[in-house]
Design a protein. Structure first.
Length: 293
């Protein structure tokens, strides 16, 4: 689904409050679920990179950054995901040579390009598979902050510094999986991705460790495009963040296409975008996650 605009505005009063009863039910279920005692405590540390919002906060690049930091410290981390959007149901180590996004999900396939990656709808079974291999000493769980089954040694919550927690309402009235207070009460640190427009560092400094982070293109990605007009497309939680990043980097976007997060691309989508790019004599530019799909 595409992120509803009213999640991040102060308008649409009627829509928000009409959905409030459902939000109350959803929040109660999440609170009860997240408060359960874990079913399994892995023999190796589990670091969870999660969020309170529904998608689009920057968990994927943070997960990869944490993995690289741990590797630099001499650790051998493995990334564990649910495999959202994939068809694989059994715990599986992702092999980018043989697996597709339709099988293991786009995020898992992206991680597997550079890091040992496992998918498992059942996080406990996935953790056990990683343990049994004997090759890893840290599990980095991408998402699953509200999942109660696998015990977490460290939980890092990621929030977008510009969009923040939106209208601070729980799904479907807003973008939150649970209240901010409930979520931060179980977290060890808050990572603010991008400009901290909501002053989270000041607001929560006495309550939780707050770390800044930012997304940056590599010189290889950008230098060859700076003198060109481009056509951009993205199917992520917040496509506008990607387009904004391109503009900040100095790229001129002649046309842009937005799709729902994780949406499988159809041939007609690619055909329309390719023809648009050809007509404008501009290259197509997208995210790595979209490229994987």
């Amino acid at each position: 689904m595409k992120t509803p605009k009213f999640w991040y505005t102060k308008n649409d009063f009627v829509i928000k409050y009409a959905l409030q009863p459902l939000a109350g039910i959803y929040g109660a279920i999440t609170r009860r679920r997240a408060g359960k005692k874990p079913d399994y405590d892995a023999a190796i540390p589990v670091v969870c990179i999660g969020n309170i919002n529904m998608g689009g906060t920057g968990k994927t690049p943070i997960t990869q950054s944490i993995a690289r930091i741990l590797q630099a410290e001499g650790k051998t981390p493995a990334i564990l995901l649910r495999g959202y959007g994939g068809s694989v149901s059994a715990p599986t180590r992702v092999n980018p040579e043989i697996h597709t996004a339709k099988e293991v999900g786009d995020e898992a396939l992206l991680h597997a390009q550079s890091m040992p990656t496992f998918v498992s709808p059942d996080r406990v079974k996935g953790a056990k598979l990683i343990e049994e291999s004997g090759n890893f000493d840290v599990i980095i769980m991408d998402d699953g902050f509200q999942n109660p089954h696998l015990a977490k040694d460290v939980s890092l919550v990621v929030v977008d510094g510009i969009k923040g927690f939106g209208n601070n309402k729980i799904f479907p009235a807003g973008p939150l999986r649970e209240t901010v207070d409930d979520g931060l009460s179980r977290a060890d640190a808050l990572i603010v991705m991008g400009q901290d427009k909501h002053h989270f560092a000041d607001e929560y400094k006495d309550r939780i460790a707050v770390f800044p982070a930012r997304f940056a293109f590599s010189a290889v990605d950008i230098d060859n495009l700076k003198t060109k007009d481009i056509v951009g497309f993205a199917g992520i939680g917040h496509p506008d963040k990607f387009f904004h990043s391109l503009e900040v980097a100095g790229l001129n976007i002649l046309s842009r296409f937005e799709f729902a997060d994780h949406r499988p691309y159809e041939k007609v989508d690619l055909l329309v975008m390719r023809r648009t790019a050809q007509a404008l004599k501009a290259p197509l530019v997208t995210t790595m996650k979209d490229y994987i799909r």
